[in-house]
Design a protein around this ligand. Structure first.
Ligand SMILES: [Zn+2]
Length: 275
């Protein structure tokens, strides 16, 4: 399939309190660093952005551990720091990132799990820093993995206000805002610096698994047509939420030109994240 960059990966290596273990079991994955690196090599994934998984207590894996895992990844993984909507946590994350300039490739914000809007002033120092250093901010959008998540806060259209106010900030809408993929397409079309990743969209099986995959592939393709191109969408697995096999199968189902598939699979991420 050619070169691939995975713009959305989770791993805590062997921690038992990793909140994504249930997905790993569902997908028959061991879910540790070695398996992840093996899968990447097996599927031609030349690089991946590593994001904190949520731990069972609700906190993200500490950014220091994300950094340490990337250091052990033989050059395959690049850190993205998760930033909590709390003054002290935010300051710590930015300080840690500033000591790792050139290493840290972006920031991640949870929204629906924290019931905070992306436009909340608590994130202002983060956006200032990210904008100054050209680092993208990734937002969890759309369906929340837990039934008590807040969809109002996780809706992709909430990012319109941030993008209006900060045209220089690179905003990444994770999971295409699923199921609000067309809303995401409008943001891609409207804002020069808004991007989206297609990670974590194919989860588990079920009676309509094949039809669901076709539906999602069609919706992403329609977002490409609506936005007038595919230069702002990134491939991602959300490992262990989605396997490399199902993520790449979804990418192969997109009804787009081969050049656009390449943009989605690696060229866009390489350009925007500098990997
Ligand atoms: Zn994720």
């Amino acid at each position: 399939m050619g070169k691939v960059i995975d713009a959305h990966v989770h791993c805590s290596d062997k921690r038992k309190d990793d909140g994504l273990r249930g997905y790993a079991r569902l997908n028959g994955l061991r879910y540790d660093l070695e398996e992840l690196l093996e899968k990447m090599l097996e599927h031609g994934v030349a690089g991946g952005l590593l994001l904190s998984p949520p731990m069972t207590g609700g906190a993200p894996l500490p950014n220091e551990e994300v950094l340490a895992l990337c250091e052990r990844s033989r050059g395959l993984l690049f850190p993205v720091f998760t930033v909590e909507p709390d003054k002290a946590a935010l300051r710590d994350a930015l300080r840690l990132a500033d000591g790792q300039r050139g290493v840290v490739k972006g920031f991640k914000v949870w929204l629906g799990y924290r019931r905070v809007y992306a436009s909340d002033p608590v994130y202002s120092p983060l956006y200032d820093y990210a904008e100054e250093h050209g680092l993208p901010v990734l937002f969890h959008t759309g369906d929340t993995a837990t039934s008590d998540g807040s969809l109002a806060h996780a809706h992709p259209l909430t990012l319109d206000e941030v993008a209006n106010r900060r045209p220089g900030l690179k905003v990444v809408i994770c999971h295409m805002g699923n199921p609000w993929v067309l809303d995401t397409a409008e943001l891609l079309y409207k804002h020069r610096n808004v991007f989206a990743d297609m990670s974590g969209l194919v989860v588990g099986g079920g009676a309509y698994a094949r039809e669901y995959s076709r539906t999602i592939a069609r919706r992403i393709s329609e977002a490409v047509y609506y936005a007038g191109g595919a230069d702002k969408i990134f491939f991602g697995t959300d490992y262990p939420v989605e396997t490399h096999e199902s993520g790449l199968a979804l990418a192969s189902m997109l009804k787009v030109a081969q050049a656009d598939r390449e943009r989605i699979l690696w060229r866009n991420a390489s350009r925007v994240f500098g990997i």
